[in-house]
Design a protein around this ligand. Structure first.
Ligand SMILES: Cc1cc2nc3c(=O)[nH]c(=O)nc-3n(C[C@H](O)[C@H](O)[C@H](O)COP(=O)(O)OP(=O)(O)OC[C@H]3O[C@@H](n4cnc5c(N)ncnc54)[C@H](O)[C@@H]3O)c2cc1C
Length: 549
């Protein structure tokens, strides 16, 4: 097929191969694009992933990794590697108008605490993982334009001024950051405003008495609601911190821009302004040395009006940007990708209904709005004390309001999580023939939906046999697994036709209630449906909404 007329004459050299349609293009190999590509590959779809940078960015922006992101990484099989490279953020030491407050984060009731991991390391591990799944990043390739026709997306990809490629895809996902070319090509508005100040970042060694693993935050109220401040976040290397301060006036840009993020085109400031901020704000003596890199950065608060147009999606900073308070940006973007990856793969693999793609924006746009609102509110008062201890861990994020989630109308509000909530982990599940306990996350891990059935009957065998027959009838072998949790395995003596685990420590019962229950858990660990019994017709209806039954 010849290239469309509007592509002709535009470029000096076009690749001569006739256009062929690939499935998915991921634009941008930051943490969100990498997660997107890894998730697609894990679910059996091989994407192309491009990044305009020839080398990964040398700057460390995100450090804070939330509990929920670590749960996602555990499912992806990379949590150990990430934890090995990081440092646990154990609390914060805050100086405000002469007072010192030490706060320790207690997240011992969750699977993971707060990890500190430089964004470059996150990207390094994700890149290696992606390569292990058989996908290499095409670096030095820029998306120049895209147009949509007949359910396909036509793109122009540039490898330099003289080398352009026209390529068609069924889906394109813009993970191309705050200044997203994909979002602009779609004409999606990015409403919000910039913070009228500039900030400075530096990676530096600090010699002081602050205990290792503590974030240091020093604030002094300033004019116009913008305080003088210094925040030092510990890096894994002993004594090293990523420090941010309000940029001193002498470093101000001649013209106020509205950009967001690292201003890498501006000259990198030296160590003096950082040392001056410490001397000015900290009562104790602290010596800064060995500045490895520094930069000016700017912050805006903006939310895309839509996350999808036709066959093109946006995720991560392309969809939402906000202050780094609470370390939410990268984490939110990673979870955008984790939400969309399995849905796209299900559709492309011909098993899922295309309509489930609508649930991406329905579920993730409210999350982006909440993050932008919360982090923007936190900026002038420098305090998030009114928030739940768990808010920043992101384990409370729920899709309960999503039209794609179904609670059984027959049952009362269930004990523990309802449909739309994240399925929390529980421990102490025993399996016949296995000499160690399982966690519920072990049972759920993988690319499929899992129908978890909790049997309280003293003789679960008949129910398990019926459940197996239901599975045979559905014929969704690669997309849906069954797992039974039995209160007591005493009577389940035969080799059951459905994998079953005994709730030996009663932890499942404590988390999900003591009554008979069934729940459909999505590949991203959220409850798609929950009811009293898997025999309820609403379960079948929910399966029919997701799968091509
Ligand atoms: C100072 C600071 C501290 C922060 N701290 C935290 C924190 O602790 N925790 C947290 O969760 N978040 C934090 N963030 C936010 C976090 O850095 C971002 O949310 C995250 O980088 C977003 O990832 P992304 O993949 O969406 O975008 P990016 O990381 O911006 O990646 C986008 C990629 O797309 C590529 N690209 C752009 N345009 C094109 C194109 N046309 N063609 C091809 N490629 C293209 C770019 O080269 C880039 O590699 C912080 C941010 C700042 C500035």
């Amino acid at each position: 097929m010849p290239p469309p007329a509007h592509f002709k004459n535009a470029f000096a050299v076009l690749t001569s191969n006739p256009l062929s349609t690939s499935d998915v293009l991921v634009v941008g190999a930051g943490p969100v694009g990498l997660t997107m590509a890894c998730e697609l590959a894990r679910h059996g779809v091989r994407p192309r992933i491009i990044d305009r940078l020839k080398q990964p960015s040398p700057y460390c922006r995100a450090i804070g990794v939330t509990t929920r992101t670590l749960e996602v990484w555990e499912d992806m099989g990379i949590a150990r590697e990430m934890i090995d490279a990081g440092i646990w953020i154990e609390g914060s030491r805050t100086f405000v108008v002469g007072q010192i407050v030490d706060t320790r984060f207690d997240l011992s009731d969750l699977p993971f605490a707060n990890l500190g991991l430089p964004q470059n390391d996150t990207e390094r591990v994700l890149t290696r993982h992606l390569a292990s799944l058989g996908v290499e990043i095409e670096r030095g390739v820029t998306l120049e334009s895209l147009t949509q026709t007949d359910g396909e997306v036509e793109t122009v990809l540039a490898r330099g001024p003289d080398e352009k490629e026209e390529a068609r895809f069924r889906y394109v996902i813009g993970c191309d950051g705050a200044h997203s070319a994909v979002r602009r090509a779609l004409g999606i508005s990015f409403e919000g405003s910039p913070i009228p100040a500039e900030f400075m970042l530096g990676d530096v060694h600090i010699d002081w008495t602050t205990p290792r693993g503590m974030v240091m935050r020093i604030f002094r109220p300033g004019p116009n609601g913008m305080p003088d401040f210094l925040v030092a976040v510990p890096l894994p290397e002993i004594g090293r911190y990523r420090v941010s301060i309000l940029s001193p006036p002498e470093l101000a840009a001649p013209a106020e821009g509205t950009g967001h993020g690292i201003q890498s085109e501006r000259p990198a400031p030296g160590i003096a302004p950082l040392q001056a901020a410490v001397d000015r704000l900290l009562p104790e003596k602290a010596v800064l040395s060995d500045l490895r890199w520094s930069s000016i950065f700017r912050i805006s608060m903006r939310l895309a009006s839509k996350y999808r147009q036709g066959n093109v999606f946006i995720a991560g900073d392309a969809a939402h940007i906000h202050p780094p308070t609470g370390g939410q940006g990268m984490n939110t973007g990673i979870q955008d990708a984790y939400n969309l990856g399995w849905k796209l793969a299900l559709v492309l693999n011909g098993v899922g209904r295309e309509t489930i793609l609508d649930s991406y924006e329905a579920e993730r746009h409210p999350v982006g709005k909440d993050v932008v609102d919360r982090t923007s509110r936190a900026i002038p008062k420098n305090s998030r004390e009114d928030e739940d201890r768990l808010t920043d861990t992101q384990v409370l994020i729920s899709y309960r309001g999503s039209p794609w989630i179904e609670n059984s109308p027959n049952g009362a509000q269930p004990v523990g999580p309802a449909a739309g909530d994240r399925a929390p982990d529980c421990q102490g599940l025993r399996r016949t023939g296995v000499g160690f306990p399982f966690r519920l996350f072990d049972v759920l891990r993988g690319a499929e939906h899992v129908l978890v059935v909790y049997c309280t009957d003293s003789d679960p065998d008949p129910e398990l046999a019926d459940l197996a027959a239901f599975g045979t009838e559905l014929q969704l072998a690669d997309a849906l697994r069954f797992a039974a949790i039995v209160k007591s395995a005493a009577k389940a003596t035969k080799l059951p036709p459905v994998p079953f685990y005994e709730d030996a420590g009663s932890d499942f019962e404590k988390t999900y209630g003591s009554g008979q229950t069934a729940m459909l858990v999505r590949p991203d660990g959220y409850l798609s449906w929950r009811g009293d019994s898997w025999r309820e017709s609403e379960l079948r209806r929910q399966l029919e909404r997701i799968f091509r039954l």
